[in-house]
Design a protein around this ligand. Structure first.
Ligand code: UD1
Length: 345
């Protein structure tokens, strides 16, 4: 059974690799393009060990229009695109705004330009809850106000959503679904793929698991004086495999003409807000491993609390993120241990 070929840009990255697995499991052919700037080729072997299928792989940068055009010529049957290829570190984006605008926006525009030429029917775009900024009300729905972005990274997500909307409204012969992710965490239950950031992790879970295994001395909790029950920030932590599955549903929806509008937007979260301290506690309960941590000052630019109202995605996509947080934490821990076994960390 081959339901058609999907191009996964950034497919060796964290969410891209988990989505490639789910696409293959659902019967799609997968072509990955990635410049390996924040991932490596071994991820392809991980995907093969899980699915039995080695996805086609093109090592190239999506900002390179000539390389991208060659890819579409080589694989003329691409039906849909899931665009993960983007730079994603909030802090780095403040230091290197041009890099972020160039990578994230040129990639998107190149894809949008080529889609009609090669008959591609649908684009799933990786957006973020960052578009809601510091929400006035939680949980946030898809119609909650879009706030001014607090970083160039966040701004690229907002601008990208606007670019896609303008292109669709101009009568483009394809559809698009924008997926606004909350905080993706965890790893594949097989521990064959997971999150592997370069250098010192900026995000909570990789820092936490590296601390638990002894690579980092202690985890800094950024602030305990927020207006939340325990004073630490609140997020909606969503299991990465649950998140990946939503992409398959979204692609299928567009390719089988089920979209209710040419452009649709969905929040992808669990609907549960969990504080940073509650997450550490969930990790410790799930794994039996203590995480040395200390409270330090707030991190500039952090949102106090944000969690999703995922009911639109639940009802319309028939999708739900329901992996218990303990199971997700255990998967993150098993992945960290696997990296150690392989001598990668
Ligand atoms: C940010 C972005 C999000 C993006 C994600 C991926 C914003 C508002 N959010 O999420 O859009 O998709 O990065 O890079 O721009 N924390 C600690 N100690 C640490 C690390 C984090 O206490 O060592 C805390 C943070 O203060 C925060 C929570 O953990 O409260 C989650 O942080 P993080 O994993 O970095 O993600 P976000 O900042 O929520």
């Amino acid at each position: 059974m081959n339901k058609g070929t999907i191009l996964v840009t950034g497919g060796t990255g964290y969410i891209g690799s988990h989505t490639s697995v789910e696409l293959i499991n659902a019967g799609y052919g997968v072509v990955i393009i990635d410049n390996l700037s924040n991932s490596n080729r071994d991820v392809l072997d991980g995907i093969k060990r899980i699915t039995g299928v080695m996805p086609d792989f093109v090592e190239a940068d999506c900002t390179d229009m000539a390389a991208l055009t060659r890819l579409f010529e080589t694989y003329p049957g691409i039906k849909g695109i899931i665009n993960f290829a983007a730079s994603k570190a909030v802090g780095e984006s403040i230091q290197k705004p041009i890099l972020y605008y160039r990578n994230n926006l040129n990639t998107l525009m190149n894809l949008l330009d080529l889609m009609p030429r090669f008959g591609v029917k649908g684009l799933v775009f990786s957006s973020s809850c960052t578009v809601y900024g510091e929400p006035d009300l939680n949980p946030v729905t898809e119609s909650s106000p879009i706030k001014k972005a607090t970083s160039p990274y966040g701004n690229t997500k907002q601008i990208s959503e606007e670019i896609i909307t303008d292109v669709i409204n101009s009568g483009a012969p394809f559809k698009s679904i924008l997926l606004r992710y909350f905080n993706p965490v965890g790893a594949h239950p097989s521990a064959e793929i997971g999150e592997l950031p370069n250098g010192v992790p900026q995000n909570l879970i990789p820092y936490l698991t590296q601390t638990a295994i002894g690579i980092r001395k202690e985890l800094s909790v950024f602030g305990d004086d927020y207006n939340t029950p325990d004073g630490s920030c609140i997020r909606d932590f969503i299991n990465v495999v649950d998140l990946a599955k939503a992409h398959v549903v979204a692609i299928e929806r567009m390719l089988t003409d089920k979209s209710e509008a040419p452009i649709e937007i969905f929040n992808l979260g669990t609907g549960n807000g969990l504080s940073v301290l509650q997450l550490i506690d969930a990790f410790e309960r799930a794994t039996g491993v203590k995480v040395p941590h200390k409270i330090v000052g707030r991190r500039a630019g952090d949102i106090e609390k944000v969690w999703a109202d995922p009911s639109y995605a639940n009802n319309v996509l028939g999708w739900k993120a329901d992996t218990p947080i303990e199971e997700t934490m255990l998967s993150a821990w098993n992945w960290q241990k696997k990296l150690r076994e392989r001598g990668l960390m």
